[in-house]
Design a binder for this molecule. Structure first.
Ligand code: FAD
Ligand code: NAP
Length: 548
């Protein structure tokens, strides 16, 4: 499966030999590794190109203190190999970043994947050559490769967002981004630290940084809802039970999955049918279960504003009871819809504001004006800092794709095609970009699910499709425009029927100045799997298949 050198390269790149493969996969996270495994099993020559110097994706880059999964460990793992899932043992209910990274390194070694992965290789562009019906992929180094199939496993949350504050270069201290955390770790002992943001990354890291730093200032633009994660050592009896029939467990998970995991049943009651006392009991029960399952305390949480407000008031009550300083507690109370931005799961987040060395600063009404040599200025006041942590999130879902220059038929660039928002068929494929597949692309359930099974579902669909094309000696697959239009419309309609579009979340691209406001993920996990299966069963309904 080693690469071959070819002399005739794509006509729209500069001359010179390019390595040639059946498939190139960009990214070596959960998606890229699973894809490599499946395509290699078909006997294809495959190359994975990865910007980092190791596997792991999200779990390679996000090494900030407290980084942890918010889906339970027994569910947030691969299911493609029974012995892998039998032999691996997770230490905690929710795995920390280091353990997930260790797991992905184990997978890479166990399936001898590294020989087909090229690290330290950031892809800058990909061009489809219509005559050769091949993709030419270019790395930032200038290296070029060609492939029949191109799989973008570049991640939904992998393009860090670093706001361009005035004076960004003037700050004399150290600047970190949670999504690009130094591998050697950071020692905050004795330091005055500022953190910008109160999303999931900030909410996980704030309690730990606060314990170490001399002083921590949290710059908050929008307060967030957070539920205690209730992390604990894994229940070994539960692990034995699941492992006794892991396939059955996964099957139920795939069939019944509510977003973010399946182990606890979602409630089947409307909260509005209950008395105030009964509501509190229900919310208290889900608060104690911990984590994102709180969103399933009632059937109408994400579709009925009045129902949602009862949950919002419950969480605000918790914040007020935990945070002693009244003004700080009020500042921490969100007035948005619960779950409209991704709900956070924390360990001691609100409690941290009771520490004498932690201060919350509101930067909503008085936005951050500038970074200065000594710190950060907001509301006319300069905060002196030794380090600033940007917990400012990601250009989600489209960022990693649009940061490359991807050109399909007739030189059409993905940037042009998506200038008013992403357009895909099933979140997997794009009109004008034949034989290019996206894992967890916009228009697929992706970030609204437990992502590992969603990724495997995409990997299996892509792999089966490529096998079918080869068996039927077909050269290209590409969606037709009517199917793409209908899918985009459907994704929008479903999103609009919920409360999701009511706040400025990254699901809508609202965190990135100038990004089109479009609800990008598809809400409808089990139905989506059915749809993908049906499309295949009906001879790739909505696609044009062509011979060489
Ligand atoms: P990634 O893991 O993002 O991997 C993409 C890879 O592509 C990266 O290694 C990147 O370097 C590489 N890449 C991107 N562009 C290029 C390029 N141009 N050239 C070369 N390489 C490139 N999901 C959940 O379901 N549950 C969770 O609890 C959860 N927690 C999360 C916590 C954090 C901090 C973050 C950021 C995300 C979390 N997610 C969670 C989402 C998480 O991203 C997915 O679960 C999953 O890890 C995604 O895998 P992936 O392979 O699709 O993408
Ligand atoms: P995020 O949710 O987008 O949060 C970014 C934070 O930075 C927000 O509070 C945002 O404020 C703030 N911010 C951005 N630009 C700013 C500016 N110019 N001035 C002031 N504040 C600014 O990013 P994240 O915390 O990295 O999380 C992203 C996603 O990754 C999560 O939603 C989740 O899906 C995943 N994740 C999961 C976990 C987990 O628990 N497993 C942990 C981390 C991340 P606004 O809200 O006002 O925009």
């Amino acid at each position: 499966m080693s690469a071959t050198q070819e002399k005739s390269v794509s006509s729209n790149t500069s001359a010179g030999p390019a390595e040639s493969y059946d498939a190139i996969i960009v990214g070596a996270g959960f998606g890229g590794l699973a894809m490599l495994n499946r395509l290699r099993a078909q006997g294809l020559s495959v190359r994975v190109l990865e910007a980092g110097d190791g596997v792991g994706g999200t779990w390679y880059w996000n090494r900030y203190p407290g980084a942890r999964c918010d889906v339970e460990s027994m569910e947030y793992s691969y299911q493609f190999d029974e012995s892998l899932q039998q032999e691996w043992s997770w230490p905690e209910r929710y795995s920390g970043q280091a353990v997930i990274l260790k797991y992905l390194n184990h997978v890479a070694d166990r399936f001898d994947m590294r020989k087909d992965i090229q690290f330290n290789t950031r892809v800058s562009g990909a061009v489809f050559d219509e005559a050769a019906q091949r993709w030419t992929i270019t790395a930032e180094s200038g290296a070029r490769m060609t492939a029949k199939y191109c799989v973008m496993a570049t991640g939904c949350l992998s393009a860090p967002n670093t706001p361009d504050f005035n004076g960004s270069d003037s700050f004399k201290g150290d600047i970190y981004h949670t999504g690009k955390w130094p591998h050697q770790g950071v020692d905050f002992t004795g330091k005055r630290v500022g953190i910008i943001g109160t999303g999931s990354s900030a909410i996980q890291s704030i309690p730990i940084i606060a314990e170490q730093a001399a002083h921590l200032t949290v710059f908050q633009r929008t307060p967030n809802y957070s539920v205690p994660a209730a992390n604990r050592p894994i229940d070994r009896e539960m692990e034995r039970e699941i492992k006794a029939d892991y396939a059955g467990f996964r099957e139920r998970e795939n069939r019944e999955q509510i977003a973010f995991g399946s182990r606890f049943q979602a409630s089947d009651v409307s909260i509005l049918d209950l008395s105030p006392g009964e509501r509190t009991k229900v919310y208290e029960k889900y608060w104690q279960i911990g984590g994102l399952l709180f969103l399933y305390a009632s059937t109408d949480m994400l579709i009925n504003k009045e129902a949602n407000e009862t949950a919002a008031e419950f969480i605000r009550g918790k914040i007020r009871s935990i945070v002693k300083d009244k003004a700080t507690a009020e500042l921490l109370c969100p007035d948005t819809v619960v779950g409209c931005k991704r709900l956070c799961a924390d360990t001691g987040y609100f409690e941290t504001y009771n520490r004498p060395n932690v201060k919350l600063v509101d930067v909503e009404l008085a936005p951050i004006e500038e970074l200065t040599p000594r710190g950060l200025r907001t509301g006319g006041k300069e905060y002196e800092l030794d380090c600033i942590v940007f917990a400012t999130g990601f250009d989600a879902m489209t960022g990693s794709l649009l940061r490359m220059d991807i050109k399909g038929r007739k030189g059409l660039s993905l940037q042009q095609k998506w200038s008013e928002g992403p357009r895909t068929y099933l979140g997997l494929t794009v009109v004008g970009f034949p034989n290019m597949f996206i894992i967890s692309g916009p228009g697929s359930p992706s970030v609204l699910t437990n992502m590992v099974p969603s990724i495997e579902q995409h990997v299996n669909w892509i792999s089966d499709t490529i096998r079918d094309l080869r068996e039927r000696q077909l050269s290209c697959i590409e969606p037709v425009v009517e199917a793409e239009n209908a899918w985009v419309e459907h994704v929008n309609e479903v999103g609009a029927s919920t409360l999701f579009p009511t706040c400025n979340s990254w699901y809508l691209g609202a965190n990135i100045p100038g990004k089109p406001r479009v609800f990008m993920p598809y809400l409808g996990f089990p139905a989506y799997v059915e749809k993908c299966n049906q499309v295949r069963a009906n001879g790739y309904e909505g696609f044009a298949l062509s011979k060489a």
